[in-house]
Design a protein. Structure first.
Lengths: 354, 177
């Protein structure tokens, strides 16, 4: 482990990916994630890596598909509108069982929207990325250190389950600096994947990486097999952090930046004697249903706090099986909720002024 | 001091983000929990640049400082925009070379320092931000003098090492005045 340094979230994403053995980056600049690409453009040439600024996000994601199919550890990063452009490629990657890392440093939408922090791409990341039956692993960091730790986890689990992984950050986490300790660098492992379509000097049968299956029964069988893998992931890979939940009457559910704001609000509410805690999803897919459901028996209400018009709140309702009311508070368009606003909601749900 | 939330604000080019960075690095030296959050994008173009710095012994919640313990206002729009947000008992530090406006609040400590003039008269044009940082250090004691100097050293990239001495002088002037 290295010494503690100050890093911007975006730069930390890039350095963590390099430490995790990634030597292939394809991307296209967009605020507020451009520092990831800028950092990679400086570092990759010095370590025999590939940094390529493509002509568009459509091109970058297809380069990711190509590199991933060849078995190398590969990533791209972008911000919200860029993910929309990548949609088709991501579906092809999922349909080809190719692992890769996609970073979304979210900004306000829809459309070109704005460039301030947002969490309005939750649906996109967890449910409606593109056409077809598929999922991505989706990780939501809440600090710069957690971002660093998550990058290697996302790569490793992507490899393990042969699927795309997304780290869902936002403009606030990308632009801010916090102390981080970077992990020891791992050697790039670019040739241990038996299924990869790479040069082998005719020593084996050739591998094919493909997402086209004309026979519907063959395609159905393949998708069903993939969903068996997804079920295994939902069973084993749910991650969440709990904060003051043991005696909580109210459970705030928030991820990423809005969980930071919520944590401040919870500390304020606790000082007023309100029993409130938080479940912070670390994986958004698989959604941490187990961590939520176990509080449905003692909590009187859940409150979803999001930087959107209310997206994750639907998953919370499903997770708690309608046993308790699930309320929502959000700001959108790039507006960050304040701890006071969240505190007001907590007080309201608790039954008004103390 | 266990918790300190500071909001630096002024024109782009006054070194607002850098001032916050020195403070953040000083806190890093002392192994504190900290966050540094800049304004970015159109907020910064022509208008006010701002920077939130949180220092604590505990994990930082929201890194966006909405109600600062200390507001550093290096221009009039920043003072007018944020002065009512300062917590009661907090501090407002104003560069009085640039901002003449009075602060009507009775429940905060207003520290006026002629930072731009002091910097210029000492051959340190452009270092008003460091004069103010010296003042902020004196008012709050947010770290030790050694940590502040180490923080400054860490904030200046090797290519610009020649600027270290002038920044040191400017900080010292802020502490004295």
């Amino acid at each position: 482990m290295g010494e503690k340094v100050l890093m911007k979230g975006n730069e930390a994403i890039a350095e963590a990916a390099i430490a995790a053995g990634c030597r292939h980056f394809f991307g296209y600049p967009i605020t507020p994630q451009t520092e990831v690409a800028a950092y990679m453009s400086k570092r990759m040439p010095k370590i025999d890596g590939v940094y390529l600024q493509a002509e568009s996000e459509v091109a970058s994601i297809n380069m990711v598909l190509g590199a991933g199919a060849a078995g190398v550890r590969v990533m791209t990063s972008t911000s919200s509108p860029g993910v929309s452009l990548m949609a088709e490629g991501i579906s092809y990657i999922a349909g080809s069982d190719v692992p890769c890392l996609i970073v979304n440093v979210q900004r306000g939408g829809p459309g070109l929207g704005g460039i301030q922090p947002s969490q309005a791409d939750y649906f996109q990341a967890t449910k409606s990325t593109a056409h077809g039956d598929f999922h991505m692993l989706v990780f939501a960091p809440s600090t710069v250190q957690e971002t660093v730790d998550m990058i290697s986890t996302a790569f490793d689990l992507g490899d393990k389950y042969r699927m795309p992984a997304m780290v869902l950050s936002d403009g606030m986490l990308g632009q801010m600096m916090e102390p981080v300790v970077l992990p020891d660098a791992r050697d790039p492992d670019n040739d241990s994947k038996e299924w990869a379509a790479c040069g082998h000097g005719n020593k084996r049968e050739h591998n094919v990486v493909n997402s086209l299956y004309i026979d519907p029964r063959e395609l159905e069988t393949l998708v069903r097999k993939r969903y068996e893998r997804y079920a295994e992931i939902e069973e084993n890979e749910q991650r969440a952090e709990e904060y003051l939940t043991d005696d909580a009457d109210i459970i705030v559910v928030a991820y990423g930046s809005s969980s930071r704001v919520s944590r401040s609000a919870i500390d304020m509410a606790r000082k007023q004697g309100i029993k409130v805690g938080m479940v912070r999803p670390i994986t958004l897919w698989p959604f941490p249903k187990k961590a939520l459901l176990k509080h449905a028996d003692h909590a009187k209400a859940f409150l979803s706090v999001e930087m959107s018009m209310g997206q994750m709140v639907e998953d919370i309702k499903l997770a708690v099986e309608c046993k308790v009311p699930v309320e929502f508070y959000g700001r959108t368009g790039g507006v960050i909720p304040t701890p006071n606003e969240v505190l007001e909601q907590i007080i309201r749900i608790n039954g008004g002024d103390q | 001091m266990s918790d300190l939330n500071v909001l630096f604000a002024g024109f782009g080019g006054q070194g607002i983000l850098f001032t916050g960075k020195v403070m953040a690095y000083a806190a890093l030296v002392e192994d504190k929990e900290l966050s540094w959050l800049p304004s970015y994008g159109p907020e910064m173009r022509g208008g006010t640049a701002s920077c939130s710095v949180c220092i604590s012994d505990k994990a930082i919640g929201s890194p966006l400082v909405v109600n600062p313990d200390v507001l550093v206002a290096m221009n009039l729009p920043s003072l007018e925009k944020y002065m009512d947000d300062v917590v009661p008992g907090g501090i407002i530090i104003v560069d009085s070379s640039i901002v003449q406006r009075e602060v009507e609040r009775e429940d905060v400590k207003v520290v006026r320092i002629d930072a731009s003039r002091i910097a210029e008269e000492n051959g340190l044009k452009g270092a008003a931000n460091m004069v103010i940082l010296g003042k902020l250090f004196k008012e709050t004691g947010f770290c030790s003098a050694e940590s502040l100097d180490l923080g400054l050293q860490k904030s200046i990239p090797p290519k610009k090492a020649a600027l270290l001495e002038n920044n040191r002088k400017a900080i010292a002037l802020g502490i004295e005045n």
